[in-house]
Design a protein around this ligand. Structure first.
Ligand code: HEM
Length: 181
């Protein structure tokens, strides 16, 4: 998949979300880490909503050819970008909690956010990755099997709704952490 997008995109998509949390942690400045976490978290959340509620249904209703053409550009970029963003958002959250000394006496919201984060990672690197990789292979194949593509697209769409629910829940736990629950 990495071969189908520009090298600059690959570098930017992988390096930026992973390096900034590390820089934030090393800065030893809570405000820097907070900002990094907020940007990555907001980016991930916004993209998840857009994907599940807007792009997914739009893609599902396109003609076979238009769907394949759209997915060809969309799927590899989305996959390459969102996996590092998810790791970066979660890693920065764990690091931020550490900088705030919250792991000394974790609240139930902090535990809940960790559990939800693990679930989101399993979902993202497991089935969501499998479906997008399958979609990509199908599009890249000489003879695209549109039925299989549509079925993968549908499964992907349903699971992205599950992801959305988990994302809303994790943001709710952020509020809990903020107010000490
Ligand atoms: C999808 C993943 C995540 C998103 C979208 C997200 C989003 C946010 C947002 C919007 C805030 C600002 C509101 C606030 O101050 O409470 C925040 C703060 C925070 N987040 Fe996250 N977060 C995510 C994952 C995590 C994880 C996995 C952890 C740690 C296990 C974490 C730890 C924190 C901490 C410690 C704060 C600061 C709370 C405070 O100001 O008292 N976050 N996060």
């Amino acid at each position: 998949m990495a071969d189908s997008v520009s090298r600059l995109f690959v570098i930017g998509a992988v390096v930026v979300p992973l390096v900034f949390p590390i820089l934030g942690y090393l800065s030893n400045d809570l405000r820097v880490m907070f900002t990094v976490h907020l940007i990555l978290g907001a980016f991930w959340f916004g993209t998840a909503v857009l994907g599940a509620v807007v792009l997914g249904p739009v893609m599902g209703n396109l003609s076979d050819e238009a769907n394949a053409e759209f997915a060809e550009g969309f799927v590899p970029r989305m996959n390459l970008l969102m996996e590092p963003v998810s790791v970066g958002a979660i890693g920065s959250g764990i690091g931020l909690a550490d900088m705030m000394g919250l792991w000394a006496a974790p609240t139930s919201s902090l535990w809940a956010s960790l559990v939800l984060a693990v679930a989101l990672l399993v979902l993202g690197f497991g089935p969501l990755h499998k479906f997008t990789a399958g979609m990509f292979d199908e599009i890249a194949a000489d003879e695209t099997d549109h039925e299989r593509l549509a079925s993968l697209n549908k499964k992907y769409g349903m699971l992205s709704l599950v992801e959305l629910v988990l994302m809303i829940a994790i943001v709710a736990t952020m509020s809990g952490i903020r107010w000490g629950f």
